[in-house]
Design a protein around this ligand. Structure first.
Ligand SMILES: [Zn+2]
Length: 166
């Protein structure tokens, strides 16, 4: 059975999107970050909808352009839209994204099961170097707004954490 054209097109779009990295975290693609809110294939046009990780993210237009460029390389002409109404949370990040973050030396955000972020959930942060959970918050702001600085009592090193966004 032949694969329908739109399915092929959609596969190619996802392949292209996987090539676009998060400017702040070069080991992660925007797909792994959960930034793609939708791919829509209409009869006369194709749309890719992006949800920004942080409202007012200065890299947003860079990402939008990079998406267009990657799609162009695949010969795909698509409209790349930013939808601010779709709420991005760290729960949109894939399991692979969390693993890659930790290998990158950035503690992944804790899983938030409820809407409420408890003190206990916030503090369940594992050191990316030695994997000890004996860590504490040192500064709510790291090198970027989305990061916090923590300290590990076990290996006596400071590390950055990707803050949870609910
Ligand atoms: Zn440690």
């Amino acid at each position: 059975m032949e694969t329908p054209v739109s399915e092929l097109l959609e596969n190619n779009i996802w392949l292209a999107l996987n090539q676009v990295k998060d400017p702040e975290i070069p080991v992660l693609s925007i797909v792994e970050m959960g930034m793609i809110a939708g791919v829509k294939i209409h009869e006369h046009k194709t749309e890719v909808i992006i949800t920004p990780t942080f409202v007012g993210c200065p890299a947003l237009h860079v990402i939008q352009q990079n998406v267009k460029d990657e799609l162009h390389k695949q010969g795909i002409d698509a409209e790349v839209k930013i939808d601010l109404s779709i709420k991005w949370t760290t729960e949109r990040m894939t399991a692979e994204a969390r693993e890659k973050l930790e290998k990158f030396g950035l503690a992944p955000p804790p899983h938030i099961s409820d809407d409420e972020l408890t003190e206990e959930q916030l503090n369940r942060v594992r050191c990316p170097f030695c994997h000890s959970t004996d860590t504490t918050l040192r500064s709510a702001f790291g090198s970027t707004l989305c990061r916090a600085i923590r300290f590990c009592f076990n290996c006596k090193q400071g590390f950055e954490q990707f803050k949870p966004v609910t």
